[in-house]
Design a protein around this ligand. Structure first.
Ligand code: ADP
Length: 396
């Protein structure tokens, strides 16, 4: 696994990147370019070792954007020529039915990723643009696509299938694809290594701005909360999660809302933000502490949904060994973890309140030694997972 990897996460108007060593996890440089193609000076934040470089660049599209990023490497360092990149790993959101693992990128792969753009209109077009430019600018290095959906590509049919007309489903590719798969896979593998067991029944809770749960049996994903798109499932920063689809008909017929308006309402103005005006968990917690009743209710809805998924997935798995918390809220909010775990004593969860309240790096146990179910905090690292997968494939 030796060799340096450049990981690129190219969004619709941003490029996030990291230059790292998959063998050790050492990060040589990282950065974020935003507001590509918005007709304004695009802010570029580049960090290399102790040097933090903030500037604005000319980035009318992904091509000029990535040129600016490579310019930052040339100017601030590290020099990519000296480093000798062994692979470029690209995060791709939607891999549809085609990709159940990482692939070396060629023209056909790009076309296939592009063909899934209707399923991820906010993400795949940006991913494709980034891949095209990166291949052009770094032509002698293998480029690897790592898919957010891959870990869930082989969900059992009963979990992946929506109960709608089969012809409609197959004509329009309607099934559960999931998302955040790279994080769920990274965490599930880290737990198995940490506990030195491959036969674990795990529930992984990725609680960031977007949030998702997965049920993992002996390393294989058997269910996940995100569906055709990342809108389904848990309550999120700005997304509803599960909702009766008839709400959409009601808003259209009774409120006279257009479909794009409803899309924006459910994806961008719902969840914690819709209920409280704030999408950030810290802000919502502060509001609740100050006595804001909307925030108190929003937190109750948030944790109720989480407990519901934990109960459902314990049933799907037919038992439970581990609950793993990850991402911004999962790693940092002891209150959220306690609110989920305290009522689960009946499942064999014995929370260690002091351990849960303690801060720390790395994997941490939240339950007592005697607890039948082990709850853990497992810091996620999607970039490292992408780099590992990319170098493995590039070296084959
Ligand atoms: P993204 O999905 O954007 O990658 P993150 O994984 O960074 O999101 O998570 C962002 C969320 O984590 C925000 O809601 C933020 O409030 C929350 N968070 C970060 N630190 C804390 C903390 N100390 N306590 C509670 N919530 C936190």
């Amino acid at each position: 696994m030796t060799g340096t990897v450049l990981v690129i996460n190219s969004g619709s108007s941003s490029i996030k990147y990291q230059l790292l060593e998959p063998a050790t996890g050492t990060v040589h440089a990282s950065g974020l370019l935003e507001r590509i193609g918005e007709g304004v000076d695009a802010p570029l934040h580049h960090t290399a070792g102790d040097t933090v470089h903030d500037t604005t660049v000319y980035a009318t599209d992904h091509s000029s954007g990535l040129r600016a990023v490579l310019g930052a490497f040339a100017e601030i360092g590290p020099d990519l020529g000296d480093v000798g990149i062994a692979a470029v790993g690209h995060r791709v959101v939607q891999g549809g039915d085609t990709f159940s693992g990482p692939v070396l990128i060629d023209d056909e792969v790009i076309d296939a990723i592009d063909s899934y753009s209707p399923l991820a209109p906010l993400h795949n077009p940006g991913n494709v643009a980034g891949i095209r430019v990166a291949r052009e600018l770094l032509p002698s290095v293998p480029h690897v696509a790592v898919f957010d959906t891959a870990f869930f590509a082989n969900l059992p049919d009963d979990a992946a299938t929506y109960a709608i007309d089969t012809d409609v489903a197959s004509s329009y590719g309607i099934r559960r694809y999931g998302a955040h798969g790279t994080s769920h896979e990274f965490v599930a593998k880290a737990v198995a290594e940490h506990l030195r067991r491959d036969d674990l029944k795990q529930i992984v809770l990725h609680l960031g701005n977007g949030a998702s749960a997965s049920a993992v049996d002996s390393g294989r994903a058997v269910d996940t909360s995100m569906g055709l798109t990342p809108l389904e499932g848990l309550v999120m920063g700005t997304r509803t999660g599960d909702i009766d689809p008839a709400v959409v008909f009601h808003l259209s017929r009774v409120a006279g809302m257009e479909i794009d308006e409803i899309d924006a309402l459910l994806n961008r103005r719902s969840g914690l933000k819709g209920m409280t005006g704030q999408n950030d968990m810290r802000a919502v917690r502060q509001m609740a502490a100050d006595g804001d009743e909307r925030a108190v209710l929003a937190l109750a809805v948030y944790t109720h949904r989480l407990r519901k998924y934990v109960g459902a997935y314990a049933a799907v798995l037919g038992g439970l060994d581990v609950i793993a918390f990850t991402a911004g809220v999962g790693e940092n909010s002891a209150e959220t973890r306690a609110e989920v775990l305290r009522p689960l004593a009946f499942l064999g969860v014995e929370l260690d309140e002091a351990a849960n309240a303690a801060r720390g790096d790395g994997i941490r146990r939240l339950t007592t030694e005697g607890s039948a179910v082990t709850a853990l905090v497992v810091p996620t690292n999607e970039e490292l997972e992408i780099a590992r997968l990319a170098i493995d494939l590039a070296r084959d």
